[in-house]
Write a protein that binds this ligand. Structure first.
Ligand code: NAD
Ligand code: TYD
Length: 347
């Protein structure tokens, strides 16, 4: 199997590449990444495997995507490239429309063009629980049948991409599925998201900004569990065990309030509780997400394996030890260096 991962230099993408290389029968993994602020070639610098190739470029570039599909005779695309942060989408929607919606459109059109030439490329669209909107305190977790009801521009852009994928399945009979997952945590997450941000701030004696009352709930899953779920779905699609157009939810049955997580981080980093600061709430802040994953368990044989207490403490420890990672990914000079190193690979 020859795989194209989009956004492999991002948080979840690098775990998908790492775990994908462990699967017998995987002949090659091409990683197409535009190295935006959240993508770092360094996230995969330690991979020493001739089956792995990094291509610096954008999913919005139809010619480049088509060339990769053709040159590498790609069998399946794992599509993770995205603008992924809700707060940024509130400040500026345009990059979310361009990458999440139009970028997905370009990939789908490239897959369609390949199909018209007799080359089938399967497509796994990686999406989020946020497309379902927000749950009340007593609501049942989301299922694959929950209607889409996105509440912020990031979620709306992901929902639009999901609908576009379904429309290509219906109209052009592409082989495509969508996976939706709850909040991920683990190593190499850009420190704008809750867990790495709070951990690094606690370790560096900086304030920990808690939006509103901090009682919002997310269903936290370890990134390795999510990566393995995506790979399970990919294999099932590839061997024809599941139908085109299917949706799979991944979660961890692990609902936590933000404030509880922050207190735990403070305690595990020996930081002072006085660093916690309640700040203005995020506009339109979703109160609660929880994912039912019965279908993924039943059909794919997948379940989350990593226990929250262990996963969180190992993650905190990872950020404590890997200071060179934090320094390099937040340094503009590093990004410039990578662009110089890899720029020739674009196109
Ligand atoms: P991330 O922001 O860490 O990584 C995104 C990656 O995409 C980066 O490497 C970036 O350089 C790349 N990218 C952005 N625009 C690109 C373009 N035009 N062409 C090529 N590459 C481009 O995001 P993440 O947290 O790893 O999320 C990956 C996917 O998983 C996203 O689709 C996101 O919506 C979804 N998801 C994330 C979570 C989560 O908790 N982080 C949960 C569920 C679903
Ligand atoms: P985040 O990691 O941005 O993920 P998402 O918005 O996709 O769920 O945020 C997780 C939760 O943490 C969310 O309820 C917002 C909250 N949060 C804070 O309270 N303070 C912060 O500085 C950040 C980044 C998030």
């Amino acid at each position: 199997m020859r795989i194209l991962v989009t956004g492999g230099c991002g948080f979840i993408g690098n775990h998908v590449v790492r775990n994908g290389l462990l699967i017998p029968g995987v002949e090659s993994i091409i990683n197409l990444d535009a190295l935006t602020y959240s993508g770092h070639a360094e996230n995969l610098n330690d991979i020493d495997d001739e089956r792995y190739t990094f291509v610096y470029g954008s999913i919005n570039d139809f010619d480049l995507v088509s060339k990769i599909l053709n040159d590498h005779q790609i069998d399946v695309i794992l599509h993770l490239a995205a603008e992924s942060h809700v707060d940024r989408s509130i400040n500026s929607v345009q990059p979310f429309i361009e990458t999440n919606i139009d970028g997905t459109r370009v990939l789908l059109e490239s897959v369609l063009a390949s199909k018209q030439k007799g080359h089938i490329v399967h497509f796994v669209n990686v999406s989020t629980d946020e497309v379902y909107g927000s749950l009340g305190p007593d609501d049942e977790p989301f299922t694959e049948d929950t209607p889409l009801n996105p509440k912020n521009p990031y979620a709306a852009s992901k929902a639009a991409a999901d609908m576009l994928v379904q429309s290509f399945v219906n109209t052009h009979e592409l082989s495509a599925i969508t996976t939706r997952c709850s909040n991920n945590y683990g190593p190499r997450q850009f420190p704008e998201k809750l867990i790495p941000l709070m951990t690094l701030n606690a370790l560096n004696d900086k304030m920990l900004p808690i939006y509103g009352d901090g009682k919002q709930i997310r269903d936290w899953i370890h990134v390795d569990d999510h990566a393995n779920g995506i790979l399970c779905a990919m294999l099932a699609l590839f061997v024809g065990k599941i139908e085109t157009g299917e949706v799979f939810n991944f979660g961890a049955n692990n609902e936590q309030q933000n404030i509880t997580i922050v207190r735990s981080i403070l305690s595990q980093t020996n930081a002072n509780e006085s660093l916690m600061e309640h700040v203005n709430d995020r506009p339109g802040h979703d109160r609660r997400y929880a994912m039912g994953y019965e279908k993924a368990s039943r059909v794919l044989g997948w379940k989350p394996e990593i226990d929250w207490a262990t996963g969180l403490s190992e993650t905190i420890e990872w950020y404590r030890i890997n200071t060179a990672w934090t320094d390099s990914i937040t340094s503009g000079q590093y990004k410039e260096y990578i662009r110089t190193q890899y720029g020739h690979l674009a196109k």
